[in-house]
Design a protein around this ligand. Structure first.
Ligand code: FRU
Length: 509
């Protein structure tokens, strides 16, 4: 009897090992197409845009996303769903929220309703509540101005299944065509929920005791910041500033970004539970590259604020040359405040969890570069994904030349005279799928420090540049005809690097 049980147990273990191996092999194959991001979240198949409903609960980071499950083009939106323990390795699950007679499911947020203020929790337990825009396509076609309304769905099984709230929509459109992307947070001083909603060329704040009954509080932004396009996907967060806290309002805008198309601006200011104010007069951008859009932060992560963006741009997102899937997310970034003189900036740096996939890290100190350094001379074979960190004690021109033997070339560098970082993808490979794609994108250097540090995170079809501890950030996608496998660091004057660090990054699938 005992032996029989043991035999059965061994058989079951054997079968489950084979099954796991097979499904890992299938998933590796699936995730190995040309351009498939190896260290960024992308869906197994079909179209994605904005990250949605990002909430941390019981050790799991939830990522919902704008998803068209039947096509690689934008269409009727659903909320797809993926989960992760570390924001780096993702498991894609079934579709979480489907369109209904009120409309398709546009962007929005999710919260843990800790005190069950909504009453939607089972037996008084804390439910997850998602707050999103429903976009009514018939209403849009009919030329009305009221086709975007705010709705709720709730989950009592930790985000696996979602039930639409029977009283939807909870905020009816007052006649504003672009009325969307609710981001909700708990405002502890007044024990109420605050919703930041994008309303055409400004944001509108609402409050509610219970997530269901919303009252308009105030508006912000008609005369502030950039207005080259519609305001979308806002987020109001509290960031710690050396013990003092400051409010930061993130506002995505499309078009009208710093390098054409979509972009993410922010305002540092004050919020009193009703009104947001700022003394900021200039426009500030979280990322100067063309490919970080619709970024908002995870809720329920305490003081830690982590932003995730959609790694594309509405200028060409529907045309990029991928076949099975279209578009991916950025590496999650931790946001902090930093003062340069008397000006407050928001810095972004990759989450420390990225270290989980760092492999074969090689660090070399005190290198003198005369004209050109082949990174392979120090690191051995170059293959993407990888990370390169450099630090230098002087401010000089330099450029990384990233290429393959077909001549596809991406340039990433610093121009001292202009005090600008740049990413030039004019000859980066496939570029002709959209007019605006082949460009040199630039970003100001804000640091007054006499030293430069730079971290470049390369995936097979993207690079993320973090300069000066995240004061200047750029994200750019690219599509070489063959994978890049050479990286040179070029300079006009002799360049002294105090550190050069090269690491391979393990794929996350
Ligand atoms: C931003 C956005 C949102 C909208 C969603 C639709 O990229 O336009 O404003 O909710 O995408 O997919």
């Amino acid at each position: 009897m005992k032996n029989k049980k043991l035999f059965l147990l061994v058989c079951m273990l054997f079968i489950s090992t084979i099954f796991n191996k097979l499904s890992a092999q299938t998933s590796n194959k699936l995730m190995a197409e040309q351009y498939r991001p190896q260290i960024h979240f992308s869906p197994k198949a079909h179209w994605i845009n904005d990250p949605n409903g990002m909430v941390y609960n019981k050790g799991i980071y939830h990522l919902f996303f704008q998803y068209h499950p039947y096509s690689t083009l934008w269409g009727p939106m659903h909320w797809g769903h993926a989960t992760s323990k570390d924001m780096i390795h993702w498991k894609e699950g079934p579709i979480a929220i489907y369109p209904d007679s009120i409309g398709t499911i546009f962007s929005g947020s999710a919260v843990v309703d800790e005190h069950n203020t909504s009453g939607l929790g089972l037996n008084g337990k804390a439910p997850l509540v998602a707050i999103f825009t429903q976009h009514n396509m018939e209403g849009e076609k009919a030329g009305t101005n009221t086709f975007q309304n705010q709705s709720l769905a709730y989950s009592n099984d930790d985000g696996k299944t979602w039930i639409k709230y029977a009283g939807n929509p909870v905020i009816k459109n007052p006649g504003i065509k672009d009325f969307r992307d609710p981001k909700v947070m708990w405002y502890a001083p007044a024990k109420k929920w605050i919703m930041t909603l994008a309303t055409a060329d400004k944001v509108t704040f609402y409050s509610a005791p219970d997530l269901k009954n919303w009252t308009k509080e105030s508006e912000f932004g008609k005369a502030a910041g950039a207005h080259g396009g519609v305001w979308e996907c806002p987020d109001l967060i509290l960031l710690d500033d050396k013990g003092k806290s400051r409010w930061v309002l993130i506002v995505n805008i499309n078009p009208g970004g710093p390098n054409m198309g979509s972009g993410t601006q922010y305002f540092v200011g004050e919020f009193n539970g009703k009104i947001f104010t700022t003394i900021q007069t200039d426009t500030k951008w979280l990322d100067y590259g063309p490919d970080n859009y619709a970024g908002v932060t995870w809720s329920n992560t305490g003081k830690r604020k982590i932003l995730l963006g959609w790694m594309s741009n509405w200028m060409y997102a529907n045309q990029v040359p991928t076949e099975v899937w279209r578009n991916a997310m950025t590496i999650p970034r931790e946001l902090k405040l930093k003062n340069v003189g008397t000006t407050s900036f928001v810095t972004s740096t990759p989450v420390t969890e990225l270290s989980k996939i760092v492999k074969n890290q090689l660090t070399v100190n005190n290198i003198q570069v005369n004209k050109s350094l082949d990174i392979a001379d120090k690191a051995g074979k170059i293959s993407l994904p990888c990370r390169i960190n450099i630090a230098m004690d002087t401010i000089k021109d330099f450029s990384f030349v990233v290429c393959n033997n077909l001549g596809d070339t991406l340039l990433i560098g610093f121009n001292k005279e202009k005090n600008e970082y740049y990413i030039d993808r004019k000859k980066s490979g496939k570029i002709d799928f959209s007019k605006g794609f082949a460009a040199v994108n630039v970003a100001p250097r804000f640091s007054k420090n006499k030293k430069i540090n730079l971290s470049l995170i390369f995936d097979v079809s993207s690079v993320e540049l973090f300069a000066d501890d995240g004061l200047t950030v750029m994200t750019s996608i690219y599509f070489p005809s063959k994978p890049y496998n050479q990286i040179h660091l070029n300079c006009t004057d002799k360049l002294n690097l105090s550190t050069l660090q090269y690491s391979h990054l393990n794929n996350i699938w």
